[in-house]
Design a protein around this ligand. Structure first.
Ligand code: FAD
Ligand code: MLT
Ligand code: ZN
Length: 494
């Protein structure tokens, strides 16, 4: 049965209440464009359900009317999956010229389903070592709840005060502690989700071991809103270390067999990261930044220049934690590492935060320069330096005059390549970087997901059989294709 879109909207208004179906442009705008400013398009309306049963009713209604649904949490995603399709918003709220903004079977704009009201933390206890929360709870709120009982979540990223647990499951977010505790997929033990037909799947029994067939977590982690709307998340807590040390370490690439400073410094960084992991217990983070980004952050954030700003080829932000002070072990290990020039070390939280700022504030500092092409790739560790060596010149070949700023999670082999210069809708530089990663045996998405930004390249990154499997899972769970159309799964023509 097909019902008219207007009728469906009226039903959704009744389901969520008039104040939680937003359709005025002034209030929908922030839901229609993404964090990068590169992606977005007009929506039919924004629905803000209060609970799981409202989500279920909304999806059933959209399915009957053939309305596309874009699940949205904190809208901090960087690949255009959290907003309606299109290229930014023109002032008259139509799509930019030549861009399609269709979604769902009606061909009209989609409904944005915001999970932000599903933000209650329903359980956090030290006996079961579990935190349970609505999918719209922010990472920051969940971290504070865990901290209040002396625990941590084992996952952290700079967007913590906006990114939601549901969005982090949907993207299988990584962040700065992946080398110690794994990505979101490994932190989550239970989920509740609503399928496209409105049925609710709930597996939140708190069991750490529960092998009755397939894992709902494994299915939905990284599904980017294409298979279900996640409504609640259960996460394992980890103990809070009594000691934590952060070091900002200046590196030299001298003596490394690469032609650029960036390639040489990356080779040093990979060697230092491996040395630290073998010699110091409790290494939680090893992050890399280079001169272009680090000095930009210092200038934009008004920070003093980092150690050896005049000569360093890169910096590592290193964190180690444990039940005894790791600082002496870290200092000893760094003293024996070739290429280490200097280090600033902090153990108190204020000073540690100051050292982290050089790394964490890269995203916002880069955004002040314009709309960046954000390319999040991973490489085998033994090829990371080679990739870092050539990526800048390869981009310049495609876009003379462009700027490439890299940084990332070096111990995970994960580099964030930010290209500035090419217009937002130009994909030549994106393609060049992503193909370069594939040529080096790497991945086109380390942790941000595919969204709409990289969907064209999925056919290069996965076999026909794998894509066939993705499509059949999608067709089974969402036969009408209402959930986040255009995201992640390549269209049949590709
Ligand atoms: P959104 O942006 O709202 O959505 C992201 C995707 O998930 C979309 O496809 C959306 O449809 C889907 N989705 C959202 N909620 C649900 C739900 N409940 N059910 C089903 N689908 C849903 N990412 C990292 O991995 N590591 C980092 O270190 C990192 N650092 C960042 C730093 C900054 C400053 C910023 C701006 C972003 C960073 N990100 C990082 C990217 C982003 O924070 C993550 O991708 C995060 O997981 C997105 O969460 P969100 O709630 O904002 O999701
Ligand atoms: C980060 O590690 O800071 C992020 O993933 C965000 C980015 O790539 O800008
Ligand atoms: Zn990252």
């Amino acid at each position: 049965v097909t019902i008219a879109v207007d009728g469906a909207l009226e039903q959704i208004r009744t389901i969520v209440g008039p104040s939680h179906l937003l359709s005025e442009q002034a209030v929908t705008t922030s839901y229609e464009s993404d964090w990068t400013g590169r992606f977005g398009g007009p929506c039919l309306a924004v629905a803000r359900p209060a609970d799981t049963s409202q989500v279920a009713e909304i999806l059933a209604c959209c399915r009957r009317a053939g309305i596309g649904v874009v699940p949205q949490g904190g809208n901090t995603g960087l690949v255009g999956g959290s907003v309606p399709r299109g290229r930014g918003l023109a002032p008259d709220r139509t799509a930019a010229p030549g861009q399609q903004v269709t979604a769902g079977q009606t061909g009209g704009p989609p409904l944005v389903l915001s999970t932000r009201r599903l933000n209650e933390i329903t359980r956090c206890d030290a006996t079961s070592l579990l935190l349970e929360a609505g999918a719209g709870a922010t990472l920051g709120d969940a971290q504070r709840a865990a901290g209040a009982i002396g625990y941590e979540l084992g996952i952290d990223l700079a967007a913590r005060d906006s990114a939601t647990l549901g969005g982090m499951v949907a993207t299988n977010a990584g962040g700065i502690h992946v080398i110690r505790h794994g990505p979101m997929r490994t932190r989550v033990v239970g989920l509740e989700a609503v399928l496209a037909d409105g049925s609710v799947i709930r597996r939140m029994n708190g069991l750490w071991k529960d092998n009755v067939g397939w894992s709902l977590v494994a299915l939905l982690a990284g599904s980017e809103g294409t298979l279900a709307v996640i409504t609640a998340v259960s996460m394992r807590l980890v103990s809070r270390p009594t000691h934590r040390v952060t070091a900002l370490v200046a590196l030299s690439g001298e003596g490394q067999p690469f032609s650029s400073r960036q390639g040489a410094a990356t080779a040093t960084a990979v060697a230092v990261a491996a040395g630290l992991q073998s010699r110091v217990d409790g290494i939680e983070a090893v992050e890399i930044t280079y001169p272009a980004g680090t000095t930009l952050v210092a200038e934009k954030a008004g920070l003093p220049y980092p150690p050896r700003a005049d000569s360093a080829d890169a910096w590592l932000t290193i964190e180690a934690a444990g039940s005894s002070d790791p600082a002496p072990y870290l200092a000893d290990a760094l003293a024996n590492q070739p290429g280490v020039l200097d280090a600033a070390v902090a153990t108190d939280s204020t000073r540690r935060r100051q050292l982290w700022a050089y790394r964490e504030r890269h995203t916002e500092a880069i955004a002040t320069l314009g709309v960046a092409h954000k390319l999040d790739v991973s490489l085998p560790l033994d090829r990371l330096a080679q990739f870092a060596d050539v990526v800048g010149p390869v981009v310049e070949e495609n876009w003379p005059g462009s700027t490439t700023i890299c940084f990332g999670h070096v111990a995970d082999g994960n580099l964030h390549v930010n290209v500035l210069g090419p217009p937002a809708d130009d994909e030549a530089a994106d393609d060049a970087v992503l193909r370069l990663a594939l040529d080096h045996g790497g991945s086109i998405s380390a942790e941000h997901g595919i969204g709409v930004a990289k969907v064209k390249l999925v056919a290069q990154a996965r076999s026909g059989a794998e894509i066939g499997l993705m499509r059949s899972v999608k067709a089974t769970l969402d036969p009408a294709g209402i959930l986040n159309p255009g995201v992640l799964i390549p269209p049949p023509s590709s």
